[in-house]
Design a protein around this ligand. Structure first.
Ligand code: FES
Length: 124
């Protein structure tokens, strides 16, 4: 059973493993999909409008739902964000901070795209 404590933000400079998640085509434009890494569900977003990629825990900390990959993505004052479909908590895709003022934050992960594949950075 995966717990919130299993998710920890990884900074780009601490990446020790680049996990080859899936081909770019597996991720809808301006949308997300969920991948599994060592039992952890990771939400990956193809933010086409910004020409950027983001990854975060799929677990919404509000009611502990595995759902964020199905959230709506957008920008708030330049900050890319995802809104949980259940109760509309929004989280920064850069820092993981909750933008509604709640304490709960989410873990975020570096993403890179190489030769048509999406990689997510983890610290082992
Ligand atoms: S479960 Fe995500 S906002 Fe409530």
């Amino acid at each position: 059973m995966i717990d919130i404590a299993d998710y920890k933000t990884v900074a780009e400079q601490s990446v020790t493993t680049w996990f080859k998640a899936a081909p770019v085509s597996a991720f809808p434009a301006n949308g997300g999909a969920c991948v599994l890494y060592k039992g952890k569900q990771i939400a990956v977003f193809n933010f086409t409008r910004r020409n950027e990629w983001y990854a975060c825990q799929n677990l919404c900390p509000h009611k502990m739902q595995m759902i964020l990959s199905r959230g709506m993505i957008g920008s708030e004052q330049g900050v890319p964000k995802v809104a949980c479909p259940f109760h509309k908590r929004t989280f920064s895709l850069q820092t993981g901070a909750c933008l509604n003022g709640d304490e709960c934050a989410i873990a975020t992960y570096p993403v890179k795209v190489e030769e048509g594949y999406v990689y997510i950075g983890f610290e082992e």
